[in-house]
Ligand binder design. Structure first.
Ligand SMILES: Cc1cc2nc3c(=O)[nH]c(=O)nc-3n(C[C@H](O)[C@H](O)[C@H](O)COP(=O)(O)OP(=O)(O)OC[C@H]3O[C@@H](n4cnc5c(N)ncnc54)[C@H](O)[C@@H]3O)c2cc1C
Length: 264
């Protein structure tokens, strides 16, 4: 496929955000969309993501977006034929001190206002749900049964296929190098393989969004932060549908993956 010389909307970045943006613009707005990825689809942060899908945040609008994401992941495979790895395992958030427990009691009320049923569990109930866990130091845990986990790369490939099915054109190995601007508006995207005249640009360049913004003289206040995780060998007795765990007091999360644990 040759790079077009014109598009209504150019999306920069082929991670989960760029592919989701292209998918929704093409599906819901019938937009003429071109997506440009400097490497291959999902080669940025998306490839590394652990895949925990949590919904409840302190911001109402973010919570709404996350709830929508869960609904989307449930039905995407039926639309595109590509699996997303979505598993509704539920999520346990551990409280190891009274302050955290108070926070969860408040969170349970917030969850209700979003139509989500968050339960508060005793350490004994947590142990029954996650038999491998030592629960001696727990005050309790919150439990959101509709949270889960998915494969970020698979979701992205599924969204990319969905975007293509709705007419979007996705290009890999094309790097955006700058913009043509008139009166403060972008009129064309310059790339390593030629220019594309366009009406709108969406900056979905993830940790590179600051550099892409700077090409148009825009300050994107974004600073990448290093994040590491470990993946264990198979652990005997670990259920494949074990709930994901967030332990904010020890700044750790856990997720089952092919019989072992991802901990980050
Ligand atoms: C170790 C780790 C674990 C994580 N775990 C989780 C988790 O469990 N749950 C969760 O929700 N989130 C998690 N995250 C966060 C999640 O990975 C990111 O929020 C998400 O992947 C960001 O997607 P993105 O599309 O914005 O960015 P990216 O996936 O980085 O995509 C941006 C793309 O833009 C492209 N690009 C950049 N500049 C240009 C250019 N000039 N021209 C063309 N293309 C360009 C890049 O090549 C890249 O592919 C984790 C992150 C890390 C690092």
């Amino acid at each position: 496929m040759t790079l077009p010389t014109h598009a209504q909307i150019v999306v920069i970045g082929g991670g989960i955000i760029g592919c989701s943006t292209a998918y929704h613009l093409a599906r819901d707005h019938k937009a003429d969309v071109v997506l440009l990825e400097q490497g291959t689809l999902t080669s940025g942060s998306t490839w590394h993501a652990a895949g925990l899908v949590g919904q409840l945040r302190s911001s109402a609008s973010i919570t709404r977006v996350l709830k929508y994401s869960v609904d989307l992941y449930k039905g995407l495979e039926a639309q595109t034929g590509l699996a997303t790895g979505w598993k509704m395992t539920g999520c346990l958030r551990l409280a190891t001190n009274p302050d955290r427990w108070t926070e969860y009691q408040r969170l349970a009320t917030t969850a209700k206002s979003f139509g989500m049923d968050m339960h508060l569990l005793t350490p004994k109930a947590v142990k029954a749900m996650w038999p491998l866990m030592m629960t001696d130091d727990l005050v309790g845990a919150s439990w959101l049964p509709t949270d889960g986990q998915a494969s970020p790369s698979d979701i992205t490939q599924s969204l990319a296929r969905g975007a293509r099915m709705h007419g979007a054109k996705l290009f890999e190995n094309i790097r955006v190098t700058g913009f043509d601007m008139t009166d403060g508006r972008i009129t064309a995207v310059k790339t390593s393989s030629g220019d594309i005249a366009c009406e709108k640009v969406v900056n979905c360049a993830g940790q590179w969004a600051r550099q892409v913004g700077a090409m148009a003289g825009i300050n994107v206040p974004l600073q990448p932060v290093k994040h590491q995780y470990i993946i264990t060998e198979k652990i005997e007795g670990l259920a494949t549908d074990a709930p994901t765990i967030r332990d904010p007091d020890r700044r750790t999360y856990f997720k089952e993956e092919v019989g072992g644990l991802v901990m980050g």
